[in-house]
Design a protein around this ligand. Sequence first.
Ligand code: ADP
Ligand code: MG
Length: 152
Amino acid sequence: MAQPNPQTNGPAETESLGAQLAARLDDGDIVLVRGELGAGKTTLVRGAARALGVEDPVTSPTFSIGHRYRGERVTISHLDLYRLAGVELEPDPGLLDDYLGPGRIAFVEWPEDGIPELAGACLSVTLSHRGGDRREVEIVELAVSGTGGGQR
Ligand code: ADP
Ligand code: MG
């Protein structure tokens, strides 16, 4: 039987949920983090990053598409692609290269459809407002797509 989606009642609980998720992640993993503005995406990433050993403050990327933090075992990448969404971009295949791949675990807010580098994401997390400080968090394991190149 399907489990109901977890709900959190404040930022601390969302951080804890992020920490629980972090325990499931391996080197090279990509997590897509969706939800409206203020839903708690960055809060969840903060909790996950802490659990992965990041000591620096985890804040929303403002002047770039992402931040990279030193974690205990790997680099933690935190991308926010909000400003890419809907923008007619010159195809720049290398844009995300510094953030993804071996030696890194990446969390991607506003993952636009059709970014080929994100096709191998392992988890999709969607946060939704449920009134006040309550949030519902849907966690979906993604089938690894692509050509079966044995990434995992
Ligand atoms: P996003 O990255 O989705 O825009 P943030 O994590 O930056 O969202 O901000 C979420 C805001 O909502 C923060 O101010 C946080 O304190 C507040 N908040 C209230 N309740 C929750 C909750 N249950 N989970 C996460 N954030 C919450
Ligand atoms: Mg955010």
